[in-house]
Design a protein around this ligand. Structure first.
Ligand SMILES: [Ca+2]
Ligand SMILES: [Ca+2]
Length: 330
């Protein structure tokens, strides 16, 4: 049996790359590789995400040990934890430095008599915290030539080289804010001319956020008579958190009840729909009924008005009868 000793290195830079070092002059392609899985990986800033350091073994080679040595960007990433994989159960080295941006991980089958691994397997699972938005520049695994060799594999045999080392990328993005009205109901006096409506984001964004607004059907006010139809796109520049649009109101001379205009937000870009994304604007009438109050009352109610007045007077008279200035109320 040819004893081959190798270590596989991985650099996780603003990027992460794999590399491998060989000892003993073994150069044949045995189908063994190492990669970050999954890649590309998208992560959200301030949140944790997990990637596997995976050994690929398309040729079914016998692997008894592997070591991964990575550098990672301390600007963008920090290690939260490194969990061993299941295939190489004896962990020889599991250290990392968030100050230096390094990971060192080595594992073996344990003893020379254990069966080697002949399939793809996860060497270790790394949980990172995403520290900063990468502004569209992916993290790329960078080839790191040759690593170190230790004595941990001595006597194990069949520690195969990773001939194929795959680059991987990680992109860290900010969570998208939600976009919504500042309230579900608004009110405006008919004589005010217009009403400003506020639309706001749940948080500022590093991206430009847009959302369409519109007056919609279904309200009791009449477009073109009580208000002017409105609709356009609001644009939030990076860092902006609120915008307004105006709904124009018509001032008529009709005595009428309050009327409503429905409002809606649609098609947000770089934001998700928040709540509320529909709202109701109530137009409050400002016209007084003429003396006699006949302008808006239905005819049947007009006919009953004298009787209602008489009834009210009778009720008022009865209440007076039971009150005495100098006696008990009975
Ligand atoms: Ca009016
Ligand atoms: Ca009116």
């Amino acid at each position: 049996m040819i004893k081959r000793l190798a270590s596989i290195g991985l650099a996780l830079f603003v990027c992460l790359t794999l590399a491998l070092g060989m000892v003993g002059g073994v150069a044949a392609d045995d189908g063994v590789g190492m990669a970050i899985d999954p890649t590309p990986k998208t992560a959200t800033v301030s949140q944790n995400f997990t990637v596997d350091i995976k050994v690929t073994n398309s040729g079914g080679a016998e692997v008894n040990a592997a070591g991964a040595h990575l550098n990672f960007s301390t600007t963008y990433l920090e290690v939260v934890s490194i969990a061993p994989g299941t295939a190489l159960g004896t962990v020889m080295t599991n250290t990392h430095s968030n100050a230096a941006g390094t990971i060192d991980y080595e594992a073996t089958v344990g003893t020379p008599t254990n069966p080697p691994v002949t399939t793809d397997f996860v060497l270790a699972r790394v949980t990172f915290r995403a520290k900063a938005v990468t502004a569209g520049t992916p993290l790329t695994f960078v080839f790191t030539p040759a690593l170190r060799q230790t004595a941990v594999y001595a006597g194990i045999g069949n520690v195969l080289n990773a001939e194929n080392v795959d680059d991987g990328t990680v992109s860290i993005t900010a969570p998208m804010p939600t976009v919504a009205f500042s309230a579900s109901t608004y009110s405006v006096n008919e004589g005010s001319g217009s009403r400003l409506i506020t639309v706001q984001l749940s948080a500022t964004s590093t991206a430009t956020v847009t959302v369409n607004y519109a007056t919609t059907t279904g309200g009791t006010a009449s477009a073109g008579l009580d208000y002017t139809t409105a609709g356009a796109t609001l644009t939030f520049s990076p860092g902006q958190i609120s915008k307004t649009f105006s709904v124009s109101i018509a001032d008529d001379t009709t005595v009428e009840p309050s009327e409503t205009v429905n409002l809606a937000l649609t098609s947000p870009v770089n934001a998700t729909p928040g709540s509320p994304n529909t709202a109701v604007l109530t137009i409050v009438d400002n016209d007084a009924a003429p003396v006699g109050g006949t302008a808006y009352w239905p005819n049947k109610l007009l006919m009953l008005l004298p009787w209602i007045a008489i009834g009210a007077a009778v009720i008022a008279g009865i209440s007076l009868l039971v009150r005495r200035r100098h006696g008990a109320v009975r």
